[in-house]
Design a protein around this ligand. Structure first.
Ligand code: GLN
Length: 541
């Protein structure tokens, strides 16, 4: 029997609903249950793929090639369950689907309305998970009270009635703001938010109350009374120093116990959370520190590089060091030179799109290559390493990417066709931008004996991609003569996937996004190795 847990948010956005859902998923797993997490997003974009990272943070890519909300990254990092395309749906997708059915004549003359057609489509999305897990955790994006989320709230209300209240639980995440003048946490916004939710016919059984300091018993009692909730089901969700502490902190506050209680499941005596305890210990008691520079262009919004930041922390956990991130806006390297890179133990150029900042990224590659500082280029960061070597070592002065310049020697160019399991995919210059990149998991074959094969401990790998341009394989020999070795290719030998230098302590560029698959309990080997190299570098300086 599958049980459903719906997680809504109130008062303000950015309360960490996604993290909360992921942490609850991890706690249910620790109780031996199979979990699945999904997210309903109220915005109108079909997927977040066309949104700027400044707008919506990172786009998380699944193995099956969907561009999804970054919360799916949290789900995967906390539970290890690979996210799938049908774990995320947006209003845009729901309408696209319903309108396509209307055009096909599937509704047989009916007037198409939000209720029941849109809500049915949403319910189908949730119901499709039936039987795939013991618990399906379904997060509703946005904040209760937003116009956009109404159809989703209506759909989950109906869904709860249909599956029965012994199989559906509603958790509401709220904020208790601290007012310094009054010297207390305020419960009124929570009361109003619950009232609003109740006006849609949803009665939350558990409240997760975010606060920056302990919530005293009086406040808890007050919330319970006004919100019609058992006192022990008003769970404090206090700020913690590391996100990996959240499962432990929620467990200590009784969240998973209360979930069991709502469903009438007998509780087990002891929960083994040693994995999380070990991770938190490693984070809190590092034996050293390394400084990594991230040279990008979305550097003033931490969420833009969410998975990357986490994967670097995971690399630190494996090496027992704290990883200090220094975000450097690529454009400043163009204007002010590379002084800001002095003293860092590793340089990483992450994925990105468009021309802005690329000359700064190329300067960062040159700095890392010449001074033998560990360099990790991811996607655009690999393409920058290619352009740098082509210009500065092969003497191709006008080397560039066709994404950046129409003219010049395109050592990186538009990928016009590639092999998939289903046959050849083709693209042209003037095609749609949405959902048309080379997306999702693709295999790569590594050269035996290469540094990469050694790091992975295998010659065959599968990693997630999200790119439209590729390194031009025709330059392979010229670049290899200058020490930039193509040590990983697509199995058909057509697409360069990895480059490494043979005259450098750690210089690797990958066309894919290894950060998407790293987990705190299973750090990605490339990040483990990169941080290891940074530790070695830190001992030199
Ligand atoms: N803009 C580059 C491309 O499309 C790199 C993409 C990325 O870094 N994800 O190929």
């Amino acid at each position: 029997m599958t049980r459903y847990i719906f997680i809504t948010g109130g008062v303000v956005s950015s309360l960490g609903k996604g993290l909360g859902s992921a942490a609850l998923g991890a706690l249910l797993q620790a109780r031996g249950y199979k979990v699945r997490l999904c997210k309903l997003d109220p915005y109108l974009n079909v997927d977040p793929g066309t949104m700027s990272p400044f707008q919506h943070g990172e786009v998380y890519v699944t193995d099956d090639g969907a561009e999804t909300d970054l919360d799916l990254g949290h789900y995967e990092r906390f539970t290890g369950v690979p996210a799938r395309k049908n774990d995320n749906i947006t209003t845009g997708q729901v309408y696209t689907e319903v309108l396509a059915k209307e055009r096909r004549g599937d509704y047989l003359g009916a007037t198409i309305q939000v209720i029941p057609h849109i809500t049915n489509e949403i319910k189908d999305f949730i119901m499709e998970k039936e039987g795939t897990a013991d618990f399906v955790l379904c997060e509703i994006g946005g904040t209760v009270g937003d116009i956009e989320s109404l159809p989703f709230l209506e759909a989950i209300r109906q869904f709860g009635n249909e599956v029965g209240h012994d199989r559906a639980l509603f958790i509401h995440v709220t904020l208790l703001p601290y007012i310094p003048a009054a010297g207390e946490l305020k419960t009124k916004p929570t009361q109003h938010s619950v009232k609003e939710l109740m006006s849609y016919g949803i009665r939350p059984q558990i409240l997760l109350c975010r606060a920056d300091r302990p919530i005293d018993d009086d406040e808890r009692r007050k919330i319970a009374l006004f919100c019609n909730i058992d006192e022990e089901k008003v769970i404090p969700a206090l700020d913690v120093s590391s996100i990996y502490e959240v499962p432990l902190s929620y467990h200590a506050e009784g969240l998973d116990h209360q979930v069991m209680d709502v469903f009438g499941i007998k509780d087990i005596a002891n929960l083994d959370l040693s994995i999380w305890e070990r991770i938190v210990r490693r984070i809190k008691e590092p034996e050293g520190e390394v400084k990594i520079a991230i040279v990008g262009k979305y550097t003033n919004l931490a969420d833009s590089y969410k998975s990357l930041n986490e994967a670097l922390i995971h690399g630190g956990i494996a090496n027992k060091v704290k990883v200090k991130l220094k975000f450097i806006e690529a454009e400043t390297l163009e204007e002010e030179g590379t002084d800001s890179l002095n003293g860092v133990h590793g340089i990483l150029v992450p994925g990105g799109f468009g021309k802005r900042g690329t000359e700064g990224k190329i300067a960062a590659v040159k700095y890392a290559r010449e001074r033998k500082i560990p360099y990790f280029g991811i996607c655009l960061g690999m393409q920058m390493a290619i352009i740098e070597a082509a210009r500065n070592l092969c003497g191709i002065d006008d080397a560039t990417s066709s994404e950046l310049e129409e003219r010049g020697s395109h050592v990186v160019g538009l990928m016009t066709e590639w092999e998939t399991d289903a046959g050849k995919e083709q693209r042209s210059e003037d095609g749609d931008l949405g959902g048309t990149m080379r997306l999702g998991a693709y295999p790569a074959s590594l050269t035996k004996g290469s540094k990469l094969a050694e790091i992975y401990g295998s010659n065959d790998i599968s990693e997630r991609h999200r790119h439209r341009y590729e390194v031009n394989i025709n330059y392979k020999q010229q670049l290899e003569e200058q020490g930039l070795i193509f040590s990983g290719l697509s199995p058909d030998g057509e697409l360069p996937e990895i480059v490494e230098r043979d005259d450098h302590p750690w210089f690797i560029g990958v066309q894919y996004h290894p950060e998407l698959k790293s987990k705190p309990f299973e750090p990605h080997p490339l990040f483990v190795s990169f941080i290891e190299a940074a530790v070695a570098q830190s001992r030199l300086v």
